[in-house]
Design a protein around this ligand. Structure first.
Ligand code: 13P
Length: 238
């Protein structure tokens, strides 16, 4: 299973170092076999000696250059970072990234062989407009994206479930994941208000290959519990 933490605009470099250490210790002590990804804030990127994969929440599709406020490939290479989150709803909706730009970013990092966690998901009005309209909306987020890319992970994150405590029902998650699996056979994560209280159930669903966790991942002990659920669910599956 893939157990991923998007730390967003939280945790300083010092806090991130402690966090990553706590995760690593947990994984060693429990001989965890989960693929754990952590996306720290930009200024908290660093060389972490750990069995956790560190990814970037964002970068501009450039080696370097005049893109005020952005970082480029040089800044990721400094820390050996080869994993990136692209298409997160906060970047689509708050920062106004278009599908065209997102696809350009995807192409750039794909050509460099990066592991890409690509996010899709619908806002509430699309969910309420019925399944067909919702799927049409999500399909548009696949435009310009190489769904066969070997280093691709997709994360389905309904916008209305992010940071709200609301989640789709387990049946709904299973249903939409089944639909999304027809678009790409890449591992498919669920994200949106995943917490210690629902993570195990979500991880047990068919066509759910992992979770992408925001707020609840900020507490290392909660996130470690979720890593542990990944191990339990994997054992139950065999
Ligand atoms: P929450 O877990 O806080 O809902 O955030 C999910 C998310 O956006 C992960 O990328």
């Amino acid at each position: 299973m893939i157990i991923a933490a998007n730390l967003k605009t939280n945790l300083t470099r010092k806090e991130t170092r402690n966090y990553v250490e706590e995760l690593s210790t947990y994984m060693k002590q429990h001989a965890s076999t989960q693929e754990v990804l952590v996306f720290p804030a930009m200024s908290s990127l660093d060389n972490y000696e750990s069995n956790v994969v560190i990814g970037a929440q964002n970068a501009y599709p450039t080696q370097n250059g005049a893109f005020t406020g952005e970082i480029g490939l040089d800044h990721l290479e400094e820390f050996g970072i080869k994993t990136i989150l692209i298409g997160h709803s906060e970047r689509r909706h708050i920062l106004g990234e278009s599908q065209e730009f997102i696809a350009k970013k995807f192409e750039y990092f794909k050509n460099l062989g990066f592991q890409i966690v690509y996010c899709v998901g619908e806002p509430l009005e699309k969910r309420e407009a019925g399944k067909e309209e919702m799927l049409t909306y999500i399909s548009a987020q696949y435009e310009g994206i190489d769904t066969k890319y070997e280093n691709l992970i997709i994360a389905y994150e309904p916008v209305w479930a992010i940071g709200t405590g609301l989640t789709p029902t387990l049946e709904d998650i299973e249903d939409i994941h089944q639909e999304l699996k027809t678009k790409s056979s890449a591992p498919l994560l669920y994200g949106g208000s995943v917490k210690v209280t629902n993570a195990k159930e979500v991880l047990s669903l068919k066509n759910v290959d992992g979770i992408l966790v925001g707020s609840a991942a900020l507490y290392s002990e909660h996130f470690c519990t979720m890593i542990g659920y990944g191990d339990i669910v994997e054992k139950e599956m065999v």
